[in-house]
Design a protein around this ligand. Structure first.
Ligand code: NCD
Length: 306
C-alpha cells in the first residue's frame, strides 16, 4: 500500500471516514469483531506498530505478530514471501515494516490478505504520510495552497519521501527543502518535481525561510542508515528548533514531526500551540482505523481473502 494506490478522491473519502471515527469512536467499536491484524516488524518501532495495534483493538478486532526480526523465522532464513503466505493463514490483514526497500511490496504480491507497508528501509512510509495529511487537513482545513518546509534528513527520511510524493498531487503546494548538503532529497524525487513543474527550493539555513512557512516538517537524522558514525555525529545536531526560532515563524505555522524526536526540536517548543506533533500521533490512530476498515471492506467486496 502506497499513498498513490489511492486517488486524491479516495484519499478524501479515507480522511472523511477518519474524521467520522474521531467524532464517533463508539460507532466503530465492533466493526472488526472476529478479524485479526498481524504486525510483522523486522525493524524497531514504537508508534507505528502500537498505532496499528490500537487501531485494530479500537475496531473490536485482535492482533498478533512480532516486533523484532530476531523473534521471527527470518533468523532461520525464511523469505518474506514464505512468511506472508504463512501469516495469510492466521490473519485477515498485515502491517509490515522491513529494513529492505520494497520488501512489503514483494510480500503484498505473494499474499492473499492486504499487506500495508509500515516503512521499508529509507524508501517510503505511506501510513505516516496518511497521518501527516490527515493532521494537516484537520488542523488547517485544506490540503492545497500552502508552503511546506521539510527539514533535516531528507536523504534517508522515508516519511519525507512519501509525503512529497503524496503532496505532489495537490494544488498550489510550494516545497522548501532544508537540509545539509549531504542529506538532500534524492534525485529521483527531485526529477519528478522538475518534470511536473512543481515549485521547490533547496536551502541549508532554516532561519532564511522560517517566515515563509505555513507548515514545518522536522525530521531526525536517521542514524541507522549512515555508513559511518563520524558523519552521523557531525550532522545529528545540524538543526535544533527552539522557542527563539519559533519567534520568526508565522503565528499559525504548524510544526509536524513523525517522531521519534532526538534533539531537533527542543522540548521548550512542546507547549507552543503551533506544535502539532503529539496531536499527529492521535490522528495516526484514526487514519489507520479508517485504512483497516477500507481495506477489509474491499476484501469483502471481492468475496473472501483472495
Ligand atoms: C519514522 C520512521 O520509522 O521512519 N517513525 C515513525 O514511524 N513515526 C521516522 C523516524 O524513525 O525518524
Amino acid at each position: 500500500m502506497s499513498p498513490l494506490d489511492f486517488t486524491v478522491e479516495e484519499l478524501d473519502e479515507l480522511f472523511d471516514l477518519a474524521e467520522d471515527i474521531e467524532r464517533n469512536m463508539g460507532k466503530y467499536a465492533t466493526s472488526c469483531l472476529g478479524k485479526k491484524l498481524a504486525t510483522c516488524f523486522y525493524e524497531p518501532s514504537t508508534r507505528t506498530r502500537l498505532s496499528f495495534e490500537t487501531a485494530m483493538l479500537n475496531l473490536g478486532g485482535s492482533v498478533l505478530g512480532f516486533s523484532d526480526a530476531a523473534a521471527s523465522s527470518a533468523v532461520k532464513g525464511e523469505s518474506v514471501s514464505d512468511t506472508i503466505r504463512v501469516i495469510s493463514c492466521f490473519a485477515d490483514i498485515c502491517a509490515m515494516r522491513h529494513p529492505k526497500e520494497g520488501a512489503p511490496m514483494v510480500a503484498a504480491d505473494r499474499s492473499s490478505i492486504p499487506v500495508i507497508n509500515a516503512g521499508d528501509g529509507g524508501h517510503q512510509h505511506p501510513t505516516q504520510t496518511l497521518t501527516d495529511l490527515l493532521t494537516i487537513r484537520s488542523l488547517k482545513g485544506r490540503l492545497s495552497n500552502f508552503t511546506i518546509g521539510l527539514c533535516g534528513d531528507l536523504k534517508f527520511g522515508r516519511t519525507v519521501h512519501s509525503l512529497i510524493h503524496a503532496l505532489e498531487r495537490y494544488e498550489g503546494i510550494n516545497f522548501i527543502f532544508i537540509s545539509p548538503e549531504e542529506l538532500r532529497v534524492p534525485d529521483y524525487i527531485i526529477d519528478v518535481l522538475k518534470e511536473r513543474s512543481i515549485p521547490y527550493e533547496e536551502v541549508i539555513r532554516l532561519d532564511d525561510v522560517m517566515p515563509q512557512l505555513d507548515c514545518l516538517y522536522m525530521t531526525r537524522v536517521q542514524k541507522e542508515r549512515f555508513f559511518n558514525e563520524e558523519d552521523y555525529v557531525r550532522l545529528k545536531d545540524f538543526y535544533i528548533l527552539n522557542k527563539e526560532k519559533m519567534e520568526q515563524a508565522k503565528p499559525e505555522m504548524m510544526v509536524l514531526h513523525p517522531l521519534p524526536r532526538v534533539n531537533e526540536i527542543s522540548v521548550d517548543v512542546d507547549d507552543d500551540p503551533r506544535a502539532a506533533y503529539f496531536k499527529q500521533v492521535q490522528y495516526g490512530v484514526y487514519v489507520r482505523m479508517a485504512l483497516i476498515l477500507t481495506l477489509l471492506d474491499s476484501v469483502k467486496e471481492k468475496g473472501g481473502k483472495g
